[in-house]
Write a protein that binds this ligand. Structure first.
Ligand code: GLY
Length: 567
């Protein structure tokens, strides 16, 4: 297909797949669902209910993780997946914390310039649509690893309600009807035939995915081995070969998730843990919060001119570092200590002034002397034992590469686009990457995912995260600040209007119709530039807050079909 057609389709689909613009927030309840002991918050009610059912059966957060994640793959194929990857951050009841990286990897046959033409230009669509866009999936390895290490129930028990969901079907939402209809022709072009998710699917109807039910049964019988070396692997590799992917049996066989130390930092009386590279969320969140800490944003007020200035300038500086220094830590040395040092971050904000915006052209990656070297989905779970998890998982773009393995019942990711195909060239989220995130065989691509757990006085306080590509980190930042600086509850914090800056392009994306023209005018006078594109929703944050009396409040984002359930 000609490259301009790809570009056109990608842009059309990207915008058509953004969920509805924000409803008027005054109509949205300020308080979320309250529960005594346990809670699941995810992008779909069915998935939250299945996670909760597993908790009620005596399972813990890690059992519920497997169930919720697979249920999302059934009823929320937009981002829920078997063919993608993700990150888990957890806090056990004894206070110990950790994280699991089950991010996709580049295939062994991948090369640095695989998405460039002979002139060295990026070929539009090649890293986002179809077989070459697919990274080696990590989700099944990740959920099995976590459940095997910490779960209490057997896999058959955990996956049974998910198999029933796939078998009996789920109700198609209005958003899904719109998406399937908008994507119908692209799905058909990419797959060479009409797939299960197509324009004939109408809201309110039931959609069954019996093929996926069968794949889940194979996983119950054979464990993750079935996916990486067994019958599922055989079917998947044959599918890859038919569809232009370079992923082989060896790629699947070599895939391993990695337990990593989370990035943990202090903000006032709060200890915050988030995901380390190859996710950029933890380092950037720590940087931004350190840069913000000296400013009295509580006094400035929520979403006031001065607060927005401080946050935007911290965001801008952190994304400049992200894009230069961060990549897969198994391949590049990341100067984490320097990037997180108070001195460095203080120096980073030295040229900030309330009198004018700092143009992004004046911000480069910080000068470090010793160089040591959206569409996604998130769910949060707290179980009745006191364990908490934050999990963000993705296919990258909506429905990933659009390739649907019809003999297995799931979509494949287009995560290869999260590499910098060409340093200096923006990816589908407009993020400009550098050498540290260039493509290499078996390397993990840099992510913005930011599953995060907050403790107060050594106790669990909050678990949260969000989808949103490059906007993930700033949405998590603002939601955390809404609770700890602006005294909001979980739902109110999630509801609040958000904004985003990522260094390049040098523009602020504001949620439409939620900031006053007067405020925008003042920002403009100071030199801030606003995106002229229609701003899609910024994140869909799902979080759980521990209230003073020990009960749990869920925050399920009003921007999607997200649902909190608990007992
Ligand atoms: N694919 C979005 C992310 O990993 O940040």
């Amino acid at each position: 297909m000609k490259s301009w057609i790809f570009s056109f389709l990608i842009i059309t689909i990207f915008w058509s797949c953004k969920d509805n613009q924000s409803p008027q927030i005054s109509n949205i309840p300020h308080q979320g669902v309250i529960a005594e002991k346990a809670m699941v918050v995810s992008a779909r009610e069915e998935a939250s209910e299945i996670g909760l059912a597993i908790l009620k059966q005596g399972g813990n957060a890690f059992d519920a993780m497997m169930a919720t994640e697979m249920a999302l793959a059934v009823c929320y194929p937009f981002a829920g997946n078997l063919g993608g990857g993700g990150f888990l951050v957890y806090r056990l009841v004894d206070g110990s914390k950790g994280s699991l990286d089950y991010r996709e990897k580049a295939p062994l046959a991948a090369t640095k310039d695989m998405y460039l033409d002979q002139q060295g230009n990026v070929i539009p669509g090649k890293s986002t649509i179809g077989g070459l866009a697919v990274g080696v999936p990590g989700t099944i390895a990740g959920i099995f690893e976590a459940q095997e290490k910490y779960g209490l129930l057997d896999v058959a028990t955990v996956l049974e309600p998910v198999i029933q969901l796939a078998e009996k079907g789920f109700q198609i939402s209005e958003t899904q009807e719109r998406e399937f209809s908008a994507l119908d022709s692209l799905f058909t072009v990419v797959n060479g035939k009409t797939i299960l998710f197509n324009k004939s699917a109408k809201a309110g109807e039931i959609l069954q995915n019996k093929v996926l039910a069968n794949t889940l049964r194979l996983l119950v019988a054979g464990g993750s081995n079935a996916f990486y070396e067994g019958v599922i692997a055989d079917s998947l590799v044959a599918f890859f070969q038919r569809n232009g992917s370079i992923i082989t049996h060896e790629d699947l066989k070599q895939y391993q998730p990695v337990w990593r130390e989370p990035i943990t930092f202090q903000y006032k009386e709060y200890s915050i843990s988030s995901m380390a590279p190859p996710a950029s969320g933890g380092i950037c969140l720590a940087q931004m919060m350190s840069m913000i800490k000296p400013f009295k944003i509580k006094d400035y007020g929520h979403n006031s001119l001065k607060t927005i200035q401080v946050l935007v300038e911290a965001e801008r500086r952190s994304y400049a570092d992200r894009n230069y220094y961060l990549g897969d830590p198994d391949f590049v040395d990341i100067p984490t200590q320097h990037l997180l040092s108070d001195l460095y971050l203080m120096q980073r904000m030295e040229n900030f002034s309330f009198e004018r915006a700092t143009p992004s052209t004046e911000i480069q990656q910080g000068n470090i002397a010793i160089y040591e070297i959206d569409e996604t989905t998130h769910y949060s779970i707290v179980d009745s034992f006191g364990n908490a998890i934050a999990v963000t998982t993705t296919l990258n773009g909506a429905y990933g590469s659009k390739l649907f393995a019809d003999e297995l019942g799931f979509f494949l990711n287009n995560e290869m686009d999260d590499f910098s195909s060409k340093p200096g060239e923006p990816n589908m989220f407009g993020l400009v990457g550098a050498e540290a995130n260039s493509i290499a065989p078996a390397k993990r691509m840099l992510s913005s995912m930011t599953p995060t757990i907050v403790e107060k006085d050594g106790e669990l306080f909050m678990t949260l995260g969000t989808p949103g590509g490059s906007t993930i980190i700033t949405s998590v930042l603002q939601t955390v600040l809404n609770v700890i600086e602006f005294d909001m509850g979980m739902q109110q914090a999630v509801n609040a209007p958000r904004f985003h800056h990522q260094w390049l392009p040098d523009e602020i994306r504001m949620e439409p119709q939620t900031f006053s023209p007067e405020l925008l005018g003042k920002l403009e006078k100071l030199g801030y530039i606003f995106s002229d594109k229609p701003t899609p929703i910024l994140g869909k944050v799902d979080g759980i807050l521990v209230l003073d009396d020990g009960r749990l409040e869920g925050g399920a984002d009003r921007r999607g079909d997200d649902t909190a359930v608990g007992f």
